[in-house]
Write a protein that binds this ligand. Structure first.
Ligand code: 0O2
Length: 217
């Protein structure tokens, strides 16, 4: 405990986590604001709900082992992109693109990486859009760019992913292969539901628009 190098490391870790927490606050405020702006313009909201988390130290260590890199405080922000994570849950597939567009237009944000698991679902059926953003955090000593992973997905995709995450989390399960197969089947159902609900939403909104008297029958 009295080893000054380890005390220094603890302070360094605390500062790093503070940067991630601040970046999450910046992003939560930004997304809430973008949603309210969208509501004023469109009469309905874009965001159904927002979740955020900082990866726990245990989970950081576990992931470092899983991804086969040495845990090093100095290189951690470079090696791991999802220490700060925000999940934006929307209702319809179209809303995912609308949210991405709005984030891309923010002059202070930079999209460093984009993983489209919607166009290219994972073999287990996982679908979601992942963006790694560089978010500026203003400290007394200057500005740092902090990485935040933003996952954008529909309610249905989130419903599926939350159960699939449980399956992955519990390593030793009986009938694991059969359970994985069933989840993959349900991923297909979720995909069809998302597609149909998106189409239905477009029909409902078109039907609600005032009739143009000059439009041909
Ligand atoms: P947790 O417990 O959610 O924090 P990379 O080295 O960057 O290419 P990485 O970091 O796995 O690989 O990136 P990716 O694919 O963007 O995954 C990051 C996070 O997305 C995961 O974090 C999960 O939250 C989520 N995710 C990715 N794939 C799946 C999946 O198949 N099922 C579910 N349910 N979630 C997934 P963690 O650290 O793995 O987990």
């Amino acid at each position: 405990v009295n080893d000054p190098t380890s005390l220094q490391a603890i302070d360094q870790f605390r500062q790093l986590m503070l940067n991630y927490r601040s970046a999450i606050q910046v992003m939560r405020t930004k997304i809430r604001y973008l949603d309210q702006e969208y509501q004023i313009q469109n009469g309905h909201s874009l965001v159904d709900s927002l979740q955020s988390r900082i990866k726990s130290p245990e989970s950081i260590l576990e992931k470092a082992q899983r991804k086969h890199f040495d845990f090093n405080l100095a290189t951690l922000p470079h090696d791991m992109h999802d220490i700060a994570g925000i999940r934006v849950i929307v209702r319809f597939e179209d809303d995912i693109q609308a949210m991405e567009q709005r984030l891309a237009q923010q002059p202070d944000l930079k999209i460093i990486r984009r993983k489209d698991y919607i166009t290219h679902p994972k073999p287990n059926g996982y679908r979601s859009l992942h963006l790694i953003l560089a978010v500026p955090v203003f400290l007394a000593a200057g500005t740092v760019q902090v990485k935040v992973e933003v996952q954008i997905r529909t309610i249905a995709m989130n419903f599926w992913a939350s159960l699939e995450h449980e399956l992955n989390y519990k390593k030793q399960l009986r009938n694991q292969a059969a359970l994985k197969r069933q989840l993959l089947e349900k991923a297909q159902l979720v995909h069809e539901l998302d597609h149909d609900m998106n189409a239905l939403k477009n029909q409902i909104r078109a039907a609600g628009r005032p009739v143009d008297p000059n439009a041909p029958d």
